[in-house]
Design a protein around this ligand. Structure first.
Ligand SMILES: Nc1nc2c(ncn2[C@@H]2O[C@H](COP(=O)(O)OP(=O)(O)OP(=O)(O)O)[C@@H](O)[C@H]2O)c(=O)[nH]1
Ligand SMILES: [Mg+2]
Ligand SMILES: [Zn+2]
Length: 311
């Protein structure tokens, strides 16, 4: 044992996982750490026992490398199954303050179903949810006003942005300041492009424009949290084709739709799925226009997607 490197335990935050190594951020320095063997027993349940955002205690083994010795309790985590139907959990990030769903107006086309899936995860984990609609340079003014109105009514913060023109970027910055935010969304919507503008100098690889049609190919391949000069951390993630609802039961969904809550105890049946039951206050509210039809339709679609899984 080199006497310069005492066994002193130091606190840090995991900002990247690559293979079996973990990059820990400690006092503005990056330390590449291995894991103590005791964490290996967690591998049977989770794909990665330590995730980006985890608070750990580590010790230096030389002046750049270290060993993670302890994992602090997690405030929350966002996960997804490694594949549909598989039981091993993949933790995307932990100790998250807010989940930022990034969608694009076009290329790829805006899918509100994905927004609603991400909201379910945010509500379930008690995370703030932020919607960022990017690539507004590709549409005419007002074209997405209907969608903005739906989510604004639910009191979720919304930013309309363009990594091309810089529109909305300052507004986004003020929402992200001093928080740990995780960017999620389909591949190609501009997550990395936005992060490159928010924190100049990162030079995160973004897709060549000409490669837009190259679907299924993700430009970002791992989750990385970057410290921002304006305060806080942002995690860039690879685009997920389906944002898995790890751990959310379909019976829970109705409680996680915040606009259902004030109606659901007036339903005739309890529990009520708000789909096929008669005298359902949620369905009535939707028919009256008090609940957005689009949100409700997505609810039904997501609910039935569980049946697909169970088949
Ligand atoms: N017109 C326009 N193009 C944009 C905008 N933001 C990003 N792009 C382009 O969209 C493409 C995809 O951007 P990325 O930042 O790589 O997307 P991503 O979400 O990080 O994708 P993955 O890493 O695959 O998940 C690139 O060619 C960007 O130049 C925007 O606001 N407007
Ligand atoms: Mg990317
Ligand atoms: Zn009901």
């Amino acid at each position: 044992m080199n006497s310069n490197f005492s066994q002193k335990l130091l606190p840090g935050m995991v900002v990247e996982v690559y293979g079996s190594f973990y990059i820990v951020f400690h006092r503005s320095k990056y330390v590449s750490c291995a894991l103590r063997g005791k964490f290996r027993k967690l591998l049977s349940e989770t794909h990665n026992p330590i995730a980006v955002g985890d608070r750990v205690k580590f010790s230096y083994s030389d002046n750049k490398n270290g060993v993670i010795e302890e994992l602090m309790p997690r405030r929350n985590k966002i996960s997804r199954p490694t594949k549909w139907g598989q039981i091993k959990e993949r933790i995307i990030a932990s100790n998250v303050d807010q989940l930022v769903a990034i969608v694009s107006t076009k290329q790829p086309v805006l899918k509100t179903g994905l927004i609603d899936r991400i909201i379910l995860v945010a509500e379930r984990e008690n995370l703030k949810f932020v919607l960022c609609i990017n690539k507004i340079d590709l549409i005419n003014d007002g074209e997405i006003n209907d969608i903005i109105a739906i989510y604004r009514k639910l009191r979720y913060p919304i930013v309309a942005s363009s990594a091309e023109t810089g529109a909305g970027i300052d507004e986004l910055k003020s929402i992200l300041k001093n928080k740990f935010s995780v960017f999620v969304g389909q591949s190609g919507v501009g997550k990395s492009s936005i992060l490159n503008i928010l924190q100049p100098g990162l030079n995160i690889r973004v897709r060549e424009i000409s490669n837009y049609s190259n679907k299924g190919k993700h430009t970002t391949s791992s989750v990385t949290a970057v410290p921002c000069d304006f305060g806080g951390f942002i995690a860039d993630t690879p685009g997920f084709r389906d944002f898995g609802l790890w751990g959310i039961k379909k019976e829970e969904m109705g409680f996680l739709y915040r606009e259902f809550r004030r109606y659901s105890d007036k339903c005739k049946f309890n529990p009520c799925s708000h789909i096929h039951e008669p005298e359902c206050a949620v369905k009535d509210a939707c028919q009256r226009g008090a609940i957005s039809e689009l949100r409700y339709d997505n609810y039904v679609r997501i609910y039935h997607s569980y049946d697909e899984l169970e088949k």
